[in-house]
Design a protein around this ligand. Sequence first.
Ligand SMILES: [Zn+2]
Ligand SMILES: [Zn+2]
Length: 416
Amino acid sequence: MRIVADLHIHSKYSRATSREMDLPTLARWAKLKGVNLLGTGDFTHPTWLAELRAQLVPAAPGLFTLRGGPAEVRFMLTVEVSNVFTQGGRLRRVHTLIFAPSFEVAARINLALGRFGKLSADGRPTFGLSARELAEAVLEVSEECFLVPAHAWTPWYSIFGANSGFDSLEECYGDLAPRIHAIETGLSSDPAMNRRWSALDRIALLSNSDAHSPQRIAREANVFDTELTYPAVLEAIRAKDPARFLFTIEFFPEEGKYHFDGHRACGVLFAPAETRRARGRCPECGKPLTVGVMHRVETLANRPEGFRPPGAVPARHLVPLAEIIAEALGLGAESAAVEAEHLRLLEQGGSELAILLDLPPEELARFTPPRVLEGIRRVREGRLTITPGYDGVYGVIRLFGEARAQAPASEQMALF
Ligand SMILES: [Zn+2]
Ligand SMILES: [Zn+2]
C-alpha cells in the first residue's frame, strides 16, 4: 500500500511548539494532510510517553493508532535528541532521530539515556555523550532501533553543519558508521544536492517536516509502497529501492531557512561564492557569516550539479497549500481567511497531498478558486521564483511575480 510517512515532529512538550501538539490534533491533521504514518516525537519525555501509552493501541507490528481516532493514521515511536560534546578538539552539536519498535524498547532507551541528561526538561533532550556513544547505547537496547542524523546540513546542531559538524559519517560514528542507514536532508537541502557527494551513495535520504505545529505536518515526507509495519518501512528505507521507497516530498530547498549564507542582523544574503570572496565575513559588521547548507554541500561534494546516480529515489518539490492560497488570493499566510479556505479545500479534496500531488486539474477546478488552481499548477511545473533563505530566515516563494525561473535542476516527476 502507498504510505506517506512523516517521522520527525515534536509534541507540545518540546520547546517552542504549539500547545495543540497533542495526539487527537496530530491524528486529525495527519489525515487532513494525507499522512498515514506519523512519528510520535518526544518519546523520551515522561509525560508525553504516559499520554502515548494511555491513548495509543497496537495496530500492526511496531505501529499504533489513536484509540477512537482515524484508523488510517498510524504512529511510530520516535524522538529527536540533541548531543553536545567535544570530539577532535572541537565542540560538536548533532541532532539525531531515534525510532523504536515498541513501548518496552522505548522505556529501556529512556532508562539508558536518562543517566546522561534530564529527559523531562524538553521533548528534545540534550545529552553530553557523543553521537557515536548515543548510537552504541541505543543499538545495545535493541538492534531493531533506527538512528537518523536529523536535518543533516543545518549550520547548528547537525552532523555535517558548518559550525559544529563533521566531514563524514565515519568521522562522527567511527566503527558504528555502517550502522547508520539514512540521514534526514532537512528543509534547506534536497536529494539532488546530497547526491553530489558520493560518500552518501550507500545512505537513504529521508525527508520529514520537523513540525512544531499541526499545520506543518508533511511539509516534507517520505512515500513508500510496502506493508504498513515497522519492520517493512525500515526495510524499505534500508534497501532504498525505488520500487518500495517511491519518492520524497520536498520543500524547494531555497525556501529552507539555511539554504544560502548570510547574516540576518545585517540583512546580508550571500551565495557560497560571495561568502568565499568576502572571506567568510559580513561586509556590514565584520562578524562571521552563517554558512548555510548549499555552501557545505559544495565543500564536500565531489560531483557536478545535476548528477543523478542510477537507482536514486526520486523527489517531488512542493509548496505548502496555505502559502499557495495566501499568495494567490493576496492574503497573509497566517490570516483567518487563509486558514478557512485551506480547511475548506482539504475537506473537498480529501487531503493536502491529494490536492498538491494527485488530483487532475479538471477535478481540482470543481472546488478550487481559479487563481489557487493556477498556483498549484505552477508549483507542479516548478514555475516559480525563490529568494533563498539564509541565517534562520525562510526563503520567499513567488508564484505570480513577473520574474519567472525555469524548472529547478532537481527532478520533477510525472504526476503520481
Ligand atoms: Zn533538530
Ligand atoms: Zn553583519
